[in-house]
Structure formats: C-alpha cells, structure tokens
Ligand binder design. Structure first.
Ligand SMILES: Nc1nc2c(ncn2[C@@H]2O[C@H](COP(=O)(O)OP(=O)(O)OP(=O)(O)O)[C@@H](O)[C@H]2O)c(=O)[nH]1
Ligand SMILES: [Mg+2]
Length: 499
C-alpha cells in the first residue's frame, strides 16, 4: 500500500488525536504516512488492516506489553485518495482519557512514528496537492466556525470556490502574457492587431474584476473574524445594561454611579448567523479622573475602528442631542437607541444625522425586539451583502495579494507596448509586470515559489523552451489557422508542435 508517490511529503508517519480532548463517547486518533497501516497492524496484534475505506472492529493492544487498550473501530484510506494524499488510518476509540493516552503512547513508541504538529495533516494535504492554500485555510475556518454563516462561507471555500476563481484569473493572465510576449518577440513581423487588442482587453477586464472583488466592503473577512460593534454614549446612558441584555448575562457592572465602566468589555453574540463582538465602553465625557480619562480614550479608539457604532442616548439627551454624539452618528456606520423609555414615553423614530433611531428600555426589554431586528439586518448587511453571488476574500493575506495583482495589471496597462518596429526597451516592462501579477495570484493558491506557467502537454519535445512560449502555443490554438502561422514564424517549438 505504500509507494513513494503516495507518501511524497513526510517520509515519517504522523499521528494525533483528531477529536476534542476530555471524556467523550468516541475519540478519533488519525495517522498519516507510509507507516500508518503497519502501525495499525502492530496495535491490532498482527490482524490485517480492513479493506480500503471499510470499517472493522479490532482489539488494540500495546505491542510492548501486550496490554489491551481498547476495542476500536478502525478505517484505512490508501493514498493518494485520502485527506492528506498519504496512507491514512483512523482509530475510533472509546473516548476516555486513559484509552486515548494508552493508544497515543503505544503509537509514540513505534519506529518511524511521531506526534503531528498542529495543522500538520492539512499541511501535508496541501503539500501533496490535495488542497490549494485557500482550501487549507478554509479547513481551519471550518474547524473554528461558530455561526451558521461562518460555516457556509468556510464550506464554500473548502469546496474550492475561491481557489477556482483565482485559478481562472491566473490562467487568463498567463494567456494574455503569452500574447504580449509574442508581440514583442516578433515585433518585426506582421502580427495580427486583434491579438494585441484582445490581450489588452483581457488584462483590463481582469483588472476590473479583481478591483470589484476587492470592493466588497470586507464582508468575507468580517464574517470570518466577527463584526465589531461598539456601544458608545454618555456615562449612565445604560450601555452596560444593554450589553448585559444582549449577552443574556451580567457581563458588565451596572450602577447608577456615572463613570462605572472603564475597561472595554467584550461579549460574543450570534446575530442571524453572523458572529458579532459587542464592546461596552466608558461613557464619553470630560473627566478629571485619570483612570476614567484612559477609559474614555479607549472608548474613542474603539469607536474609530469598530465596524458599527451603537450610540446609546439617555432620553434626557433626546431630541436635543449633544454635538459630539451627533457627530459620531453623522460619521456613518451607526445606529442610535434612545434608552430608558420606561421612565417616560419617548417619541423616537426616524434618524439622527442619517443613523436610524429606536426607542428602548434596556431595563424592561421594551422595544428590544424591534431594535434587534434592525441590528441583525445591519450586521448581516455588513458581513453578507452580495454573498452567494460570488465568493469574497476572507483574509488580509488574500486582500494583499489581490491588491498587488490589481496594481501590477494597472501598471502594465499604463505601459502597454507599442506595436511594430518602434518597439522600445520600456515595452519589455509590460510582460514582466504582468508576470508579477501572475505571481501574486499564484501566492493565493500556493505557498511555493514555482514558476507561473506549467507545460500544457505532457511530453515537451523542447524542455528548455521558455514556459511562456508553451503557454502561447495553447492560447494560439484558439486562433484561426492563418493567424497561427503568423505567430509561429521563426518559432521552432511552435512549428514543430503544430506540424
Ligand atoms: N429606568 C431605567 N434605568 C436604566 C435603564 N437602563 C439603565 N438604567 C439605569 O441607569 C444606570 C446606569 O446604567 P449603566 O448600564 O451602568 O450605564 P452606562 O452607560 O454603562 O454607564 P457608565 O458605565 O458609567 O458609562 C443604572 O442605574 C441602570 O440601572 C432603563 O432602560 N430604564
Ligand atoms: Mg457602563
């Protein structure tokens, strides 16, 4: 069952508890690598491994002492058709700590086996080409997903939606670079104009697509990391009371002393499937107290970078709203609640400088349902708007690489080579810039620095030929025959292949 190809990466065999720690009905220990099946045989006192992708019951013993460790359900997956691409064995044990500990230490004493490092199974899957980098990231996101929408996004990405989009862009860019290269290599010749025009249009379209993909309001990243909501307002407005109501527990101290909250207090909520991190902050006012001043400074900082600001007003501050709070509302990404509506009916509706206003009582819960509905809609809008239509970048890493690609394409379009014999040295910058765009897209999918163009047929008769020319060959196939011959003049590789 083991071949070098199947177990290309590690050489050694890794194992780890794949399920959570602590007593449980079942615990799963996973093994991956060339020694996985042999290790199973050692633990099963020589009994054969089950057939591929079949489960079997085995009595597991410690090979060193002969002591029985468990009766377990075991499964074997032969590489390369396994999660890691290597031979994989799963031991479904009874989930008691002593069982798990006994099996792990017995495995650790077998030659060629070692404990896996965190993330190492997924890493091997990635290195063996079972996953691209966006999929490997998605597995981590799926394991960490706490809400339904996070799960949906992670599952989509794990299925390759994001990777396919980037791969498609990379392919289109390679094709465009190949055409530009041809134009430069054969500048003296009568290349058809529309080849150049088409390449240029393809690069422009791609640049626009990447820009549109980036212009998503960071929804994918927000959904992955959580929408940050800051509660802001005067001391005693009822921010902490509202936080506790939202959290359903006494997370923050509430008192009638103005200036109670100093540190930023966070609670995590699931609003409509979107993770939300709500931060309670110190009441905003001038203060002589040094500690309170620091609290106010932290509140202002949180207000700056929060995705959404929830301005909590005491009904005494409504409808004559203090100028600084009105300015906060006017700055956008804000909702307003007028609190303590239980003390005196509050006529609060409409908006404050564009931010929608709701009247509530954080003490009695009156008005909270309507407010939560509005808040949930706003949060879903921040994290999901347009979701479903196209996948979104989910990490800052994606954003950086995409920005690099977009900028490289823009630069290439600015310096697009002239046509014909007036070709100048600067023209050569264009394919180089485009290639750096390819490289940027490549880093989205792969951590390795491999060349950006792969040969498109198996047996390359001219291994030394420039990879871009090979790509040109494939792209020229879509041209009419007359154009092909124009392009291949003086190009032995292409002449050979087309003939
Ligand atoms: N009647 C009434 N009292 C409220 C309501 N919400 C809060 N309070 C009271 O107002 C006082 C201040 O509430 P907090 O939640 O501590 O106010 P805060 O905005 O966190 O105040 P600081 O932490 O000092 O900035 C407490 O005595 C609360 O019980 C409400 O809806 N109705
Ligand atoms: Mg407070």
């Amino acid at each position: 069952m083991q071949s070098q190809d199947r177990n290309a990466v590690g050489g050694d065999t890794i194992f780890a508890l794949a399920s959570g720690g602590g007593p449980a009905g079942i615990a799963v220990v996973r093994l991956s690598g060339p020694g996985a099946v042999g290790a199973l045989r050692s633990l099963a006192a020589g009994a054969a491994a089950p057939g591929e992708r079949r489960a079997a019951l085995r009595r597991l013993t410690d090979p060193a002492t002969g002591e029985v460790l468990d009766e377990a359900l075991v499964l074997a997956f032969a590489g390369p058709r396994s999660f890691t691409g290597e031979d994989v064995v799963e031991l479904h044990l009874h989930g008691g700590p002593a069982v798990v500990e006994g099996v792990l230490s017995a495995l650790g004493r077998l030659a060629g086996l070692r404990m896996a490092e965190p993330g190492e199974f997924t890493r091997r899957a990635f290195l063996n080409g079972r996953l691209d980098l966006t999929q490997a990231e998605a597995i981590a996101d799926l394991v960490a997903a706490e809400t339904s929408e996070q799960r949906r996004q992670a599952l989509d990405q794990a299925a390759g939606t994001l990777g396919r989009l980037y791969e498609d862009w990379r392919g289109r860019l390679i094709s465009a670079v190949a055409h530009v290269e041809a134009g430069i290599d054969f500048a003296d010749e009568d290349l058809p104009d529309d080849v150049d025009r088409a390449a240029r249009a393809a690069v422009a379209a791609l640049r626009d697509e990447i820009a549109a993909h980036l212009d998503d309001g960071r929804r994918g990243e927000r959904l992955r990391a959580g929408v940050h909501l800051a509660l802001l307002g005067r001391p005693n407005a009822g921010k902490s009371t509202l936080l506790n109501l939202l959290a359903g527990r006494d997370a923050a101290i509430v008192s009638e002393t103005a200036g109670t909250t100093r540190d930023v207090i966070e609670v995590h909520l699931d609003l409509g499937g979107v993770p939300v991190i709500v931060a309670d902050t110190a009441g905003l006012r001038e203060s002589a107290d040094e500690i309170e001043r620091e609290g106010v400074r932290r509140a202002a900082a949180r207000a700056d970078w929060a995705d959404l600001r929830l301005i909590v007003l005491d009904r005494a501050d409504w409808p004559e709203v203090p100028a600084d709070l009105r300015a906060l509302a006017a700055a956008g990404r804000a909702l307003v609640v007028v609190n303590k509506a239980d003390l005196r009916p509050v006529a609060a509706a409409g908006d404050l400088a564009g931010a929608p206003v709701t009247a509530i009582s954080a003490r009695t819960g009156a008005g909270i349902d309507a407010f939560l509905e509005r808040l949930t809609a706003e949060v879903r809008n921040l994290a999901l708007a347009g979701a479903g239509a196209s996948p979104a970048p989910t990490r800052a890493r994606h954003r950086r690489a995409l920005e690099q690609a977009r900028d490289a394409l823009g630069q290439a379009l600015d310096g697009w080579p002239g046509r014909g014999p007036e070709l100048v040295a600067e023209d050569l910058n264009c394919p180089v810039t485009l290639s750096s765009g390819i490289q940027a897209l490549m880093t989205l999918l792969s951590a390795t620095k491999q060349t950006s163009v792969e040969p498109s047929w198996a047996a390359d008769p001219f291994p030394s030929s420039h990879s871009l020319r090979r790509a040109l060959f494939t792209t020229t196939l879509s041209l009419p025959q007359s154009r092909k011959s124009a392009l291949v003049t003086g190009w032995p590789v292409l002449v050979y292949v087309i003939a």
